[in-house]
Design a binder for this molecule. Structure first.
Ligand code: ADP
Ligand code: MG
Length: 685
């Protein structure tokens, strides 16, 4: 199975090169290159045939074929076919040679587009039907379902079928069963070989369905097995410390808060506390919608580490966010004896020196900051918990550097783009996932409106009213520079327009061409209400809290994805006042309209992520390169999520079983893990 495709009879060097363009290098790759879809070629009755749809009909040739030529090399060939009790016209374009095969009285099978009104089929393919019982007749039965492969270059579907058939003949015996017998029996899965065969050469739709089910499970199971193995191996190799946290002090900290935790917050905090006390390093993702209260969970975690005698670190992507978190932590933790310091790029040299010393000696218990935290000069006395907020804003290397500031510290990643749990555990692979799926009570949902460009004046009137009451507003536009190709309103132009329309207010401008420092300044002016309206491209820092801002206007909203719109909307609705989001959009596409509708319908980040996934598919949703998202050949993470969940459980149970590492039955799976680079020998050391 691991040999090159040239081992298959009929595949030469040239074809092998073309196959490799499709990612097919080995015989195994070829056999796992499944059709992207199937066409239904079962013969239909005319009554069921839908206008303009592809259909397959069978009947008796009723007239000679007549061919008309027109233009250069163009022709139309027509003849009548009798399909009890109808007389149908069959038309072929540019295939004059077909004429010779059309003999009155012969049976014929036609596939093509159906014109219900003219009783006419535009034929794309036809076959002459042989006598009942003949060999050809039996072959034709197989063609009721036609597999369609996505192909390029010189490779055609016919060629694919030929070499896959040949490949199965030569190597079919060598396709090993890889799934444990127990699971095969439990789920009544068809064998690997039968499934592969049936997906390439389906005999009927029912078999196809069972075969697909088998491969879907296999793909998910193998992927999850790899993830669970990675997790277990890391756990064995990377002994973390058991943090002896002080439950009592944590409880009294929680009761000192001005609010009670939501039950979702309490649950995830419990998950984190449990991890801190375990003898291996935590590697956990905390996901929760904007405003779901992740910061207080981070604070509780940092406090817990402190009670166990360890230091904590909180890294965030921007200075202003670092400052905000620093202030929040000061407010709730400093009176409990926790010493907190802030370290960013603009910390003064003298202060920096003192902080670095405090960190090294352990007199500073919690360090909050930007990527300044990962500089070499920062060396902790004894760091127990590392938290990374808005984790997607940091590269893998940056996250690793922070982690390496301690000896296997517990690590918590936080993200405000929540996705359904099953997807999270897949997309984030070997992380454990904690989810806050509930907002604190009493939040006023943000009211969302969809307005067209024509309504701009009314939108301005509305904004004036809010500004008059002392509120602030964001205006978001998608691009900064004038682009000839894209008809986008540019931020500078909008800024100028608003300066003209709202002369009594200060209008700020934020865009990607500003330096980091300039951005911080603009943001600070807005946060401190020296600027009332902020015009910005999407560089607006996610996570910044300006509770007095109640208006979010998004220009050309149809250009944004759903999750992005939801993130932007989450910038408002953070204070006690009613907040509004106005989507300015004249969507040209159905998908664009759909997005506007969904935004008006729901404020729930999970629901939005789910709808976004359905509209875009997981590849687009996560962004292919950064996510490291597995590419499944047959399985679909969105639609087959139930199988994904089942496979994950099965894989996790199996990995924890000592017999998995010993029994011959699991040898193929262990070999798979070695091939995947998860481990080096089939024994767990
Ligand atoms: P995010 O998850 O987006 O980081 P924050 O942690 O900034 O959200 O929390 C948003 C706001 O909700 C903060 O002002 C915080 O004090 C408040 N908050 C957090 N938890 C609760 C709760 N259980 N009840 C009421 N308010 C809460
Ligand atoms: Mg936050």
């Amino acid at each position: 199975m691991n040999v090159p495709t040239t081992y298959i009879k009929g595949v030469g060097e040239e074809r092998a090169t073309d196959l490799s363009l499709l990612g097919i290098h080995t015989v195994g790759d070829l056999l796992y290159y499944f059709p992207s879809r199937y066409e239904d070629r079962r013969v239909q009755g005319i009554e069921e045939a839908q206008h303009d749809e592809r259909i397959t009909l069978e009947g008796t040739i009723h007239s000679e074929a007549v061919t008309q030529f027109y233009g250069r090399k163009k022709s139309r060939t027509s003849f009548k076919v009798f399909i009890e009790p109808f007389l149908v016209t069959a038309t072929l374009f540019n295939r004059p040679y077909a004429k010779n095969q059309i003999k009155i009285g012969n049976r014929i099978k036609l596939t093509g587009k159906w014109d219900k009104h003219r009783m006419q089929v535009t034929v794309s393919e036809y076959t002459l039907v042989k006598d009942e019982g003949s060999k050809e007749k039996a072959d034709q039965a197989k063609e009721d379902i036609k597999p369609i492969y996505s192909l390029t270059g010189s490779i055609s579907t016919t060629f694919m079928q030929k070499i896959i058939w040949q490949g199965l003949k030569q190597f079919g015996e060598q396709i090993p069963e890889i799934l444990p017998q127990k699971l095969i029996q439990e789920y009544k899965l068809v064998s690997r070989r039968a499934a592969i065969q049936a997906l390439h050469f389906p005999t009927d739709f029912e078999t196809g369905k069972w075969s697909r089910r088998r491969i879907v499970y296999e793909e998910f199971f193998l992927f999850q097995l790899k993830m669970q193995a990675l997790k277990r191996i890391r756990r064995e190799n990377q002994k973390g410390v058991v943090q002896k946290i002080d439950q009592e002090r944590i409880s009294s900290f929680l009761s000192s808060l001005p609010f009670a935790l939501t039950s979702a917050q309490a649950r995830v905090l419990e998950e984190i506390m449990r991890d801190l006390q375990k003898p291996y390093a935590m590697n956990r993702l905390l996901q929760g919608d904007v405003g779901s209260g992740k910061t207080v969970i981070a604070a509780a975690g940092l406090f817990a580490t402190y009670t166990a005698g360890y230091q904590g670190a909180l890294m965030v992507p921007t200075e202003i966010l670092a400052e905000q978190h620093y202030e929040t932590l000061q407010q709730i933790l400093s009176e409990l004896g926790v010493h907190i310091a802030l370290l960013t790029g603009s910390t003064k040299a003298s202060e920096r020196k003192a902080i670095l010393a405090g960190i090294q000696m352990g007199t500073i218990h919690v360090l909050v900051g930007t990527h300044a935290l990962i500089q070499e000069t920062v060396s902790f006395n004894k760091v127990g918990l590392v938290i990374i907020d808005e984790q997607h804003r940091f590269g893998v290397e940056q996250r690793r550097k922070l982690k390496n500031k301690g000896e296997a510290p517990d690590v918590l990643y936080m993200t405000a783009t929540p996705i359904p749990r099953t997807l999270a555990i897949t997309a984030y692979g070997d992380l454990d996932v904690s989810t806050i799926d509930e907002l604190p009570a009493g939040r006023k949902p943000i009211e969302t409106y969809w307005a067209t460009e024509k309504m701009f004046d009314r939108v301005i009137e509305f904004i004036k009213k809010e500004l008059l009451q002392g509120r602030q507003a964001y205006f978001i536009c998608p691009l900064i520079e004038e682009s000839e190709k894209l008809d986008l309103q540019n931020a500078m132009e909008l800024h100028a327009t608003l300066v003209g329309l709202l002369p009594q207010y200060r209008i700020g401008l934020m865009h990607g061409k500003l330096s980091a420092q300039e951005k911080e300044e603009v943001m600070r002016d807005f946060a401190e209400n020296r600027v009332q309206v902020l015009v910005s491209t999407t560089v607006v820092e996610v996570g910044v809290n300006v509770p007095n801002a109640t208006l979010m206007v998004i220009q050309d909203a149809e250009r944004f994805g759903l999750s992005q719109l939801h993130q932007l909307r989450g910038r408002v609705g953070r204070g006690g006042h009613q907040s509004y989001c106005i989507l300015m959009a004249d969507p040209k596409t159905e998908a664009g309209k759909e997005r506007m509708k969904i935004m008006q319908e729901t404020n729930d980040g999970f629901e939005i992520a789910k709808r976004d996934l359905e509209l875009r598919g997981p590849g687009d949703f996560f962004g292919k390169k950064q996510s490291g998202l597995p590419e499944f050949k047959v399985a679909d993470m969105v639609h087959d999520y139930r199988a994904l969940e089942v496979a994950r459980n099965d894989a996790s149970v199996l990995i924890e079983q000592e017999s998995f590492w010993l029994e011959p039955e699991y040898q193929p799976l262990r070999e798979y893990l070695i091939k995947q680079g998860v481990m080096e020998s089939t024994k767990l050391d």
